[in-house]
Design a protein around this ligand. Structure first.
Ligand code: MOS
Length: 735
């Protein structure tokens, strides 16, 4: 039954990707395709006083220049611009809507030409005069006192302020996580194909085609059948593709204006005008009793949002889930700045908040002279403290043990600067990771043909995480067919319902939709087979029948079987089609989370301060792993990004101009191959019969959580220097 689920099955789309057969949004061709290039604002706040396109329009090959004053109609109401992941509070950004400038890098014109180079050149000839607003702000730390509290999901307990003040050992500090930008390999792009009569086929880089479909229909006042959205392949997005981004509006706007197909591709620099991980000051306070158990936890996050929307995520609630403490208080404040609205970036909230929490735990362990794992075990909680619920499964204790064993943690000398390798100081640090195990309603359709092939389809995207592969695995096992006989279609808005792919919910959600549809197929086939003349399955209950090796068999008795092909021929069926929406039963009796224990080794050049992360062991408890190969890749990717968060990534703003100074991957540093050494992923398998039938939790985000803290703690252990301002660059070590 389980030929594929739980194995290291290679990506079913791997060949298409490496041979270039897989097409991305900016690669689709169309007759008479025109190309749009974006002109971006160069001030952070103000109005467009004059926008002169006369020189641009003189360039041969330029077709039109769209601006707020010259464009087809766009919806006016805020509600029309709210997609399924937009913040509840605020007024979403509308490109080319009016003359107001809300952030530096905002699109203010689209030059459309016969080819991209012409559009790009002609865009340099657009003249803009601004009416600049004298007061603007882009610096979180300078504006910190203006933070306004947002609603907290987490309830306070006891009297945290008093307990913290009276704690026998106390640690309280600010940790600074800078603005970070998504840098997926694939640039944002949309190809909107003009099908005639106002009908459009939109190839968009997005994590959710149905979300974009609804959004476009609403923004352009179109009927559902007028627009179809596809994103068959996505070259990474990490949250930047959850909300519809402005290029999809611009490409569609231009297609409607010109009544022809248009592609809009953003440059890497322009992508720094999309969303970002908000800069956040995380203030964590921990108070312990003399025995090292926690008595007080306080966590206050002060994060950036834009002037026009309230974006916030759960930075602070994780301590409450992770550790027992009789007193706790959490608060989240937003500071409005003249920047674009932040958006989700891998493990939004947790990546930043748990980073601060787990650095603070390390500092407390040092103050208590306790081993960092021991400190965590002293306040270990088998229940979710905030809701006082048991977990469907929680093998974090096992993660600590197995991770420590693999890493060799018992050989650690706890004294800072005590371990060396030649001229390098060696440091070992660890941290905990936690994320949610969410599930969403998803539908899948299976069409089984008499030749033993099945096509599985669903509107879900595969953003590189492996959805194509796990869908094929689950279908192959449930239908009893070789995986080669399964073809998977995803990411087309006309396919069965799916939300955006994010939040680590798609593996569990899509797998169970496929399972549900396969179940219905099995029942039909069982009924059919049992009614065949002289059927070996005569009298066998449908519930007792399985699909295996291309046959319909009595469970546990392979001798009593009918081939799928024979049954379908008997029933005069060319194809058998089933569609199932999987809702997941609401169950508020248990908390659902994934956990990890991350161990890092750094080597630091004592003279130069150069830091290398030479080893990382990540022990992850995330239920049953559907695919140990793509799953491992997810965690490795998270670890690599965690290394970037710890040591490299930072969007640097010149606050005098409110402009990003490093909007490119030469100056916005991300880890390169030379930065990556040993990464060991251990899956601590959890048997979880409660969460869902397959016991699956999802792996997209847990891989990054805890990694930056483990590295920061290792840097402290190596050097005796505690850096609370990320990224940890060598100048901070030498300072
Ligand atoms: Mo992920 S930040 O939910 O794409």
């Amino acid at each position: 039954m389980n030929a594929y689920v739980g194995t290291a099955t290679s990506r079913v789309d791997g060949r298409a990707k490496v041979t270039g057969a897989a097409k991305y949004a900016g690669e689709f061709a169309a007759d008479g395709l025109a190309h749009g290039f974006v002109v971006a604002a160069t001030i952070p706040r103000g109005r467009i006083a004059r926008l002169d396109t006369s020189e641009t329009l003189k360039v041969k090959g330029v077709l039109d220049v769209l601006t707020h004053a010259h464009r087809p109609p766009l919806a006016d109401k805020d509600e029309a611009w709210k997609d399924e992941v937009a913040p509840e509070e605020g007024s979403p950004f509308r490109p080319l809507y009016d003359d107001s400038i809300k952030f530096n890098g905002q699109p203010i014109a689209l030059v459309v030409a016969e080819d991209w180079e012409t559009a790009k050149f002609a865009a340099t000839l657009v003249r803009v005069d601004y009416q600049e607003e004298q007061s603007f702000a882009t610096d979180l730390e300078a504006e910190r006192s203006k933070g306004a509290e947002v609603k907290q999901l987490h309830k306070p307990r006891g009297d945290a302020a008093r307990a913290l003040a009276g704690a026998s050992v106390r640690h309280e500090a600010d940790y600074f996580v800078p603005t970070e930008h998504h840098n997926p390999m694939e640039l944002f792009a949309t190809t909107t194909v003009w099908d005639g009569n106002g009908r459009l086929t939109v190839y968009d880089k997005t994590q959710g085609v149905q979300n974009v479909h609804k959004f476009l229909c609403s923004v352009f006042g179109k009927k559902p059948d007028d627009i179809r959205v596809l994103s068959p392949y996505v070259g990474g997005a990490f949250g930047s593709g959850l909300r519809p981004q402005y290029q999809v509006v611009l490409a569609t706007l231009a297609a409607l204006a010109l009544e022809r197909s248009v592609r809009v591709g953003l440059t890497r620099q322009q992508m720094y005008g999309l969303g970002h991980r908000p800069a956040t000051i995380e203030r964590v306070g921990l108070g312990a009793k003399p025995d090292g158990t926690l008595d007080a936890v306080t966590h206050e996050a002060t994060a950036v949002t834009s002037r026009y929307e309230d974006f916030s995520r759960n930075d602070t609630g994780w301590a409450e889930q992770l550790y027992k403490s009789p007193n706790s208080r959490f608060s989240h404040k937003l500071v409005r700045l003249d920047v674009s609205t932040p958006c989700d970036m891998r493990a939004p909230g947790a990546a930043s908040g748990v980073c601060a929490l787990e650095c603070a735990m390390d500092e407390l362990a040092v103050a208590l002279k306790l081993d960092p794992i021991e400190l965590r075990l002293k306040s270990y909680s088998d229940r979710d403290q905030s809701e006082d619920l048991p977990y469907t499964s929680k093998q974090l204790r096992e993660c600590y043990a197995r991770g420590a064993e693999a890493f060799g943690w018992s050989r650690r000398n706890p004294a800072p600067r005590s371990m060396r390798d030649g001229k390098e100081l060696v440091g070992w640090g660890m941290a905990t990771g936690v994320w949610e195990a969410l599930q969403m309603p998803v539908a899948a359709r299976i069409v089984l043909t008499a030749n033993g092939h099945a096509e599985v389809s669903c509107a879900a995207s595969d953003i590189g995480t492996g959805t194509y592969t796990i869908v094929a695995q689950v279908a192959a096992d449930a239908l009893g067919l070789p995986i080669e006989n399964i073809s998977v279609r995803l990411a087309d808005s006309t396919l069965p319902q799916a939300p955006v792919e994010g939040g680590s919910w798609m593996a569990a959600s899509s797998a169970h939709a496929v399972l549900g549809a396969a179940e219905d197929i099995r029942q039909d086939l069982a009924r059919l087979a049992s009614t065949m003349p002289a059927s070996p399955l005569g009298g066998v209950d449908a519930a007792d029948v399985i699909l295996v090796d291309g046959t319909i068999s009595k469970n546990g008795d392979k001798g009593r079987a009918v081939s799928i092909a024979d049954a379908m021929r008997y029933g005069k069926l060319e194809r058998l089609e089933k569609q199932k929406l999987n809702q997941f039963a609401e169950d508020k009796s248990h908390a659902r989370n994934t956990h990890s224990a991350v161990f890092a080794e750094v080597k630091v050049d004592e003279q130069l301060g150069v830091i290398r992360v030479t080893r990382v062991v990540s022990a992850v408890a995330a239920g049953r792993i559907l695919n140990t190969k793509t799953g491992r890749s997810q965690i490795m990717g998270g670890v690599v990004w965690g290394i970037g968060m710890a040591l490299h990534e930072e969007t640097v703003m010149d606050h005098r101009f409110g402009r990003i100074m490093n909007p490119n991957i030469a100056e916005y540093h991300i880890p390169v191959n030379a930065d990556i050494h040993d990464i060991d992923v251990i899956f601590v398998e959890e048997r979880d019969d409660r969460i869902n039938r397959l016991g699956v939790k999802g792996l997209g985000e847990i891989g990054i959580v805890g990694v930056p803290a483990a590295i920061a703690n290792a840097v402290y252990h190596a050097t005796g220097k505690r850096i609370r301002r990320f990224p940890i660059t060598l100048d901070k070590l030498l300072d």
